[in-house]
Ligand binder design. Structure first.
Ligand SMILES: [Zn+2]
Length: 339
């Protein structure tokens, strides 16, 4: 039912009628200074170029990404993380319709496709780096390992303590991937990673290629103006590890960036967007000023929400029109809520 509604909404957002409604909404300038929209990307690439990486994390093709950037800078004002931190401290005001562009996971295609498009338009961007991955090709994200095991593994069946899946068709593989991904996210981190190891071993699957940029490349991007920020070291969901482990991951990733790059802003993105009260409290204790979830919505930065800021995630189904609609509807919603 929800899926159907979502598909209907996506279809409607792409129609000419909706486009004209949107233009009317945009003419009425509802956004207030201080409202911040944050967009999240993961990968910008064509899926067929990297068959051994999970294609679900491709946010856009390079062509669509360029169109989205043109739209973002025409309907909003793209701001830097430095501007957002200054606004949070009360040292400066954000412009109206401020948009912050963020990328999670520091994937290789950021340097190849995303950054040149951003740089050509002089748009600032923040890249959240899981700092145990650069220059460690033997370390791969669990979602890529699971994807390769299901799509390129040897056996036609997967047996686990949580169920069995047959892998005879693409539909069955999709179903198995979805079920196992959800299972991995629900488990505490350690048994979750053991489950992935077990499946990879059963399937004797090839290894995914190194997907994260190396430190030399990251330093070069920082020199060219990309803001790099911590995203833990090994990318566990922080709600699925002990608070001591969470602290070590968060502080460790900030120290790694300090060691490799020099200065780092007191900002953080939660892996998978997951946090809870204890994790937020720990971030505050460690001096973090802003932290980002993947909860959809526009933010009005206040003392209470600055460690759980909303972001609009961009995925393969997010056309330029849909993204534009999400921004406009978000700005209207904030205005209505403010009265
Ligand atoms: Zn991530």
């Amino acid at each position: 039912m929800l899926k159907k509604l979502r598909q209907t909404a996506i279809h409607a957002a792409n129609t000419p009628v909706f486009g004209s409604v949107l233009r009317t909404m945009e003419k009425v300038d509802v956004a207030r200074a201080g409202d911040l929209a944050v967009v999240t990307y993961h990968r910008v690439d064509h899926a067929d170029r990297t068959p051994l990486l999970y294609p679900g994390l491709i946010s856009a093709t390079p062509e669509r990404f360029a169109d989205q950037l043109d739209m973002l800078s025409s309907v909003g004002q793209v701001v830097s993380m430095q501007q957002v931190v200054a606004a949070c401290r009360g040292e400066a005001e954000l412009p109206r319709k401020a948009v912050l562009i963020t990328f999670d996971d520091a994937c290789r295609d950021f340097a190849e496709h995303a950054w040149p498009a951003l740089q050509a338009r002089r748009l600032p961007v923040t890249l959240f780096v899981p700092t145990a991955y650069p220059d460690q090709p033997q370390r791969q994200f669990w979602w890529d390992r699971l994807y390769v095991a299901i799509w390129h593994g040897r056996a036609a069946r997967i047996h686990t303590a949580y169920g069995q899946w047959t892998l005879d068709s693409d539909e069955q593989r999709r179903r198995a991937y979805r079920a196992l991904r959800d299972q991995v996210k629900q488990l505490p981190h350690e048994p979750a990673m053991q489950l992935v190891d077990e499946i990879v071993l059963q399937q004797q699957a090839p290894s995914p290629p190194a997907s994260v940029l190396g430190w030399d490349e990251l330093r070069e991007l920082a020199t060219q103006g990309v803001t790099l920020a911590p995203h833990t070291q090994t990318h566990p969901l922080l709600t699925q590890v002990s608070i001591d482990q969470a602290r070590a991951e968060v502080v460790g990733s900030r120290e790694d960036l300090q060691r490799e790059l020099g200065g780092v802003l007191p900002v953080f993105a939660y892996p998978g967007g997951q946090c809870n009260a204890a994790v937020k409290e720990m971030l505050a204790e460690e001096g973090f000023e802003l932290a980002f979830t993947v909860q959809r919505g526009i933010n009005r930065i206040s003392k209470t929400n600055r460690l759980a800021l909303n972001r609009i995630n961009v995925g393969q189904q997010t056309s330029v029109q849909i993204l534009r609609a999400q921004l406009s509807v978000g700005w209207w919603g904030k205005r209505v809520a403010a009265g």
